[in-house]
Ligand binder design. Structure first.
Ligand code: GDP
Length: 335
């Protein structure tokens, strides 16, 4: 009999890669989506378009305990991957009340309904390097203290502790992944990788003339989302639950990104770059770079796509999409 997986946030970048991977492994895959997404599948569900007929999608708000309980009672999942979250990283707090509702309550509700309806279910929580925020040491690993500096980071630290507490207090098989930035051709335009690869493609095709960025000396540890969903799955296949940093361990600057994307198209990014202070964010004194030794040792996980391959993959997709856009008449590719 196939195992049953339930994915919150299935329509996002990670959800779509994870769903594809689990289908290949013969899982019965269920996803929770917003009702508005189901009503216009050609819009928000574009990442799932190749597999929609193989999925069972349930409309519900992650902020509604009764709706989540009904779904859990109906599906009775063996594995639950909780990826849904408001992911905007803002350093202002006054506008951020709603993110606490969706991210903190959403995680608490889903843990609680699983305890109620499917206590055997294995649970994955999508933590983030933003939990380390203003880290004092680099690289960071599972023992590094959290020091979040954004509303998003605080909600992820809270989700992490909720997950640990359901594991300790209720004996649930619950794991935290602490994932560093992971990108793909399915990444949204609000992230700097996509902004750069899309601008490079547009400039190459004569559709744009400039690349407007914030701090180009910022550094990140960027990996490929397809590799990172494999790590999520591996965590839930262990004999004992645990928490794992998932990262490449390699730092690259925004400049390196520009060089990789523009260089691939035989362009020099310096000819197009405009630095705009509106996009500046406080730079980390200690860079966010992960040490995934534990995942390598216990999960036998390692990244398979290099930084250059990742950027090329994204540029290829942007070039293809811009050249074939007319084929998508009526469809909004929401990147
Ligand atoms: P994040 O790690 O979740 O914040 O991922 P982003 O892709 O949004 O940002 C990665 C890094 O790129 C951060 O250090 C930003 O400060 C830097 N960056 C520089 N220019 C830009 C820009 O124009 N847009 C974004 N999103 N980030 C930028």
């Amino acid at each position: 009999m196939s195992r049953i997986a339930l994915i919150t946030g299935i329509s996002g970048q990670d959800g779509s890669y994870l769903a594809e991977m689990l289908l290949k492994k013969n899982y019965e895959v269920h996803g929770i989506v917003m009702r508005s997404e189901l009503e216009a599948p050609e819009g928000r569900l574009w990442r799932l378009s190749g597999i929609l007929d193989q999925l069972t999608l349930h409309p519900a708000s992650i902020e509604s305990y009764p709706s989540l309980l009904k779904i859990a009672q109906k599906v009775i999942p063996d594995e639950c991957y909780h990826l849904a979250a408001t992911s905007y990283v803002s350093y202002a707090f006054e506008d951020e009340f709603s993110i606490f509702n969706s991210n903190v309550n959403g995680t608490h509700y889903i843990l609680s309904v699983l305890k109620e309806a499917a206590p055997h279910c294995r649970f994955y929580f999508a933590g983030s390097s933003e939990m380390f925020g203003k880290a004092k040491v680099a690289p960071q690993d599972e023992e590094t203290p959290f020091h979040p500096r954004s509303a998003y980071g605080i909600t992820k630290v809270t989700g992490y502790h909720l997950t640990c507490n359901y594991r300790d207090n209720y004996n649930m098989f619950a794991c935290n992944g602490i994932l560093y930035n992971h990108e793909s051709p399915r990444r949204g335009n609000e992230f700097v990788t996509r902004k750069i690869t899309n601008s490079a493609a547009q400039i190459k095709l004569g559709l744009a003339k400039e690349l407007i960025l914030g701090n180009v000396d910022s550094e990140r540890d960027w990996g490929f989302a397809g590799d990172y969903v494999d790590a999520m799955w591996r965590m839930l296949q262990q004999d004992v639950p645990g928490d794992f940093v998932i990262a490449t361990g390699k730092l690259h600057s925004v400049r390196d990104l520009c060089e990789a994307a523009f260089g691939y198209l035989d362009l020099d990014y310096n000819d197009y770059l405009i630095v705009d202070e509106r996009f500046f964010r406080p730079k980390e004194e200690v860079p966010l770079v992960g040490d995934a030794s534990l995942a390598r040792k216990v999960l036998h996980w390692q990244p398979s796509v290099s930084f250059e391959q990742l950027i090329r993959m994204m540029v290829d997709e942007d070039m293809w999409f811009l050249q074939h856009k007319s084929r998508f008449a009526g469809e909004t590719k929401n990147i």
